[in-house]
Design a protein around this ligand. Structure first.
Ligand SMILES: CC(C)(COP(=O)(O)OP(=O)(O)OC[C@H]1O[C@@H](n2cnc3c(N)ncnc32)[C@H](O)[C@@H]1OP(=O)(O)O)[C@@H](O)C(=O)NCCC(=O)NCCS
Length: 160
């Protein structure tokens, strides 16, 4: 059984470790020095850019949920914010990031996080949920597609 609760100050180390692991997956083809740079700077970036407090990030109407296993161990997280549609100004719920720690994957807990996002969006009266995902993250893309997400915009990068 998994339980979702709000982030608290004592979660910081577990949050950062799993978030860095998620970021390193995105950077897996980057040079070692870039990956090291990310590891070193990310905790400070989280604190400043996302206006981190003891209750977690506060920028952009954020709420951070932590998923615990039966024994209260950190199993994953879901970081929600709001983003206005640039053209219409209509806010949508934005999944800043979500992750399930490796040893807890494939138990339906990732799906649980997406369902929580949907619940929060409805509670806030928001009409849509958005997120960004790496093009080659087939597991996450499959989960999102199964839960009704559609690809509406692609970001392209050319390395020089
Ligand atoms: C993406 C992630 C959250 C999924 O969590 P999870 O708890 O393993 O997922 P679930 O057990 O709820 O599975 C939900 C769906 O994901 C997909 N999925 C899960 N494991 C999969 C695998 N090994 N291969 C392919 N698809 C898989 C399936 O569509 C699955 O639905 P199904 O069981 O009906 O087939 C998890 O893999 C993770 O934390 N990955 C690293 C961080 C990350 O990529 N986060 C997303 C960034 S946007």
């Amino acid at each position: 059984m998994a339980t979702l609760r709000r982030y608290r100050e004592s979660d910081w180390e577990s949050f950062v470790a799993l978030d860095i692991e998620t970021g390193l997956a995105t950077l897996r083809f980057a040079p070692d020095e870039d990956r090291q740079r990310f590891r070193e700077r990310w905790p400070a970036v989280l604190k400043s850019r996302y206006v981190w407090t003891d209750e977690g990030p506060t920028a952009n109407k954020a709420v951070l949920y932590v998923l615990e296993d039966d024994e209260g161990l950190y199993a994953g997280h879901l970081w929600l914010t709001e983003q206005e549609d640039l053209r219409t100004g209509i806010p949508r719920l934005w999944v800043n990031t979500m992750a399930i720690a490796k040893q807890y994957r494939s138990r339906g807990w990732g799906r649980l996080l997406v369902e929580k996002a949907e619940e929060v969006a409805r509670e806030r009266g928001l009409r849509s949920i958005g997120l960004g995902v790496d093009a080659d993250n087939v597991v996450a893309r499959k989960l999102y597609e199964e839960m009704g997400f559609e690809t509406v915009r692609l970001r392209m990068i050319r390395n020089l």
